[in-house]
Structures are given as C-alpha cells and as structure tokens.
Design a protein around this ligand. Structure first.
Ligand SMILES: [Zn+2]
Length: 273
C-alpha cells in the first residue's frame, strides 16, 4: 500500500503538470469508486479548476476553485498517474480526468478495488472521515510533541506506529524500516521505551521518510508515481521483505513475525527485547 513517501511523491509529480488547470471532462468507469458521494458530486468538477494538490497521511487531496476537495485513497493497489489519451485503457482503470490542454489525462487505476474517492467541502475537512481522526503529520512533529504522543499508549510499538489516528502516513514498510534503524524490537511495549529509544525512533522516522521521499518511494508491488514511474527506495530497504537474508549490521538472518495481525520484519539481535 502506498504510504506517506509514495503519496507525497505522487503529489510532487502531479503538481507542476496539473495544478491550476481546468478539468474539461470526467469519466467514471466504476461508480462504486465514489464513497459517500454521488455521480452528481463528481459532475460538479467538470469545468472546475484545480487550485491545489496536497497530501494528508497516505491520502492525496485535490482542491477546486469551487471550495470542494476530492480525496483519493489508493489503499492496496491504487495508482494515480498522468498519461497520454492515446495509451490504451485496461479493465482496471476506474476514473479518468481530462484537462484543458488535452495533452495528458489523469487515470485512477486499481486492480483490487479497495481504493476510493470522496468529495466534500474543503472547509469541512476536519469533520470528514478518515481525515477527522487522522493523527499528526510525522514530518511536521517536533521532538517534544513526538515524545508527548507516547505518554499514554500501552500496547506494542509496531501496531501503534501503524495506527493512522496516532501518527498519519506510516504503513508496514516504513514502520519496519524505522524500528530497525532505531534498534527497537517491534514487540516492545510502549511504556517500556526509554527516552533515548524514543529519541532514536524520532530521528529514524524523520531520516527514513526523508530519504524515501528523496528516492521517490518504494516500488515493491505496483506503486508508481504520478507519471507512472517506479520509485527507488526498495533498493535501500534493510529489513522489509528480507526474511532469512543476513542483517546488514550483524549478519543474523532477518526474521518475519505476525505482530498485531500484520507481519513485521526485524533483526532479533540488533532489535532486542
Ligand atoms: Zn542485526
């Protein structure tokens, strides 16, 4: 699933090409893509101008000059990219937006169909789910605000990092990579994390997310940026997807375990309990 760095990369690749442009045509090829909105809500976007393209957590938001926002949640296999109108359509394309210059069109492609779009008044953003419950943006958190977040939670650290209402934008890949770099076991209980461990966790989070954005995301499955290109952070993964392979630090085999229903990759020697 695209996480924060992938959603950010998609926004950055789309922004210079379609921000400020007028939408001239919309084709909805799979009506269930709209969640809590009807086809008439989408219809209002014809002849609307895109004034901003931004990200919140793992989601991508388009703002129109009519005071409305279109939220894209890519979920498991969603892709949002620009391509030529001449490029053949496949059966997984769910939505197409066309723009005034007619050169490139935006396609929402999603084989597994878990992704969705939602339309709402921009001013009501804080009341709309899942935005209403979303936790803070990790790259906007100060160290002291980050430390404060950890005062109350009780469970294991890995499932906590995945909770979007705790911190927005982290998923299975980056939570594993961050915990490895911070040398914290994913099963460690939050109340037992020392202050130096939490400081390491914060630094690792800022570092990993920053590097992943710089390298334009991780393409381990079907993630592509807003121009259909793959990212390159998959070449820098230290634990995710490396079960049985030697740890880059201590050469012990990387382990994979289910923690809170999700698989976690870690090194039991570098990340002791
Ligand atoms: Zn190790």
């Amino acid at each position: 699933m695209p996480e924060l760095p992938e959603a950010e990369t998609i926004c950055r690749s789309l922004r210079p090409r379609i921000k400020g442009k007028l939408i001239t045509d919309i084709k909805l090829l799979w009506p269930s893509l709209l969640k809590g909105s009807g086809a008439e809500d989408l219809e209002r976007w014809k002849e609307a101008r895109l004034v901003q393209i931004r990200r919140r957590g793992k989601m991508i938001l388009f703002d129109s000059d009519r005071g409305e926002t279109m939220l894209f949640h890519l979920k498991m296999t969603g892709q949002l990219y620009l391509c030529s109108e001449k490029e053949p359509l496949d059966k997984h394309i769910r939505l197409i937006l066309r723009f005034e210059d007619g050169k490139l069109e935006l396609r929402f492609r999603d084989p597994r169909k878990f992704g969705y779009i939602k339309i709402f008044e921009t001013l009501k953003e804080r009341e709309v789910q899942p935005l209403a419950q979303l936790g803070p943006e990790p790259l906007e958190l100060s160290l002291s605000a980050f430390l404060t977040l950890f005062k109350k939670p009780k469970g294991k650290i890995k499932p906590l990092l995945l909770r979007q209402n705790f911190i927005a934008g982290l998923g299975n890949i980056y939570s594993d990579e961050i915990l490895y770099r911070a040398r914290i076991n994913p099963k460690k209980l939050v109340p037992f994390l020392s202050k130096p461990e939490l400081v390491r966790l914060y630094k690792a989070m800022i570092h990993v997310l920053g590097e992943a954005i710089k390298l334009r995301g991780t393409s381990v499955r079907n993630y592509r940026d807003g121009l259909g290109k793959i990212g390159s952070f998959q070449n820098h993964l230290r634990v995710y997807g490396r079960e049985g392979l030697p740890c880059y630090r201590c050469h012990q085999p990387i382990r994979r375990e289910k923690i809170g229903g999700r698989s976690a990759f870690f090194c039991s020697q570098c990340q002791t309990l």
